[in-house]
Design a protein around this ligand. Sequence first.
Ligand code: 16G
Length: 246
Amino acid sequence: MVESLRGGPLPRYYQLKEIIRERIMTGEWAPGTLIPSERELCERYGISRMTARQSITELVSEGLLYREQGKGTYVGRPKIAQQLLRLTGFTEDMQARAQRPGARVLSAEMWPADEATAERLRVKLGQPVYKLRRLRLADSEPLALETSCITFIGCERLLESDLERDSLYQLLAHSFDMPPLEAEQELEADLAGEEEARLLDVPVGSPVLRTRRVTTTRRNQPVEYATSVYRGDKYRCHTRMVRDQS
Ligand code: 16G
């Protein structure tokens, strides 16, 4: 069936792009849907192959579509938007987006704090802290690598917890009476190193977002120092700013 583009002064590749975008935005083409091939699009809209390719290439670079070699082009998932206003944990963030949170524990141990950790957690250099490395999953797909160093009296009891199943923030709040209340966080753009790329399932050198977060509990006492690496293709931050009126 030949459908027509809308006509008018806009280039044809752009018109096709907007038609595809609309299908995605209205949900007609859900995330993961295989879209028609270039050949099918040419036939359907009476356009050249080059025009169809340009529309698709641009939508791929905008992140709305992704290509799988030998299979075709699919509708991508919107990036996970982390708002930077409320202090939330990974599990809560995923649940708020109706995605299934997951974790693979890479290591969990008592570890002598290095200089950066000791300074941020306000403990002595070499003091044993609970150190946890997890690969975090969203709907079974790797999204981030998180390393959390935790300190409080009795923090070694965390070694008995199942952090593949349970949320660290919920355990801290409900099992250890150390509720995460405030945090300071830094963000930095970088490229994935070899081990990170392997675990996150992206090519070495892919863009990532590194974060450092110090979380405090009551009386402004630091409880967690977390360093994380998020996949740049899946994650974006959102914040809201208010202009100082004075
Ligand atoms: C977030 C935190 C991390 C914390 C985790 C707890 C960042 C940027 N984020 O991912 O510090 O350990 O939540 O998640 O560092 P959980 O409650 O699901 O275990």
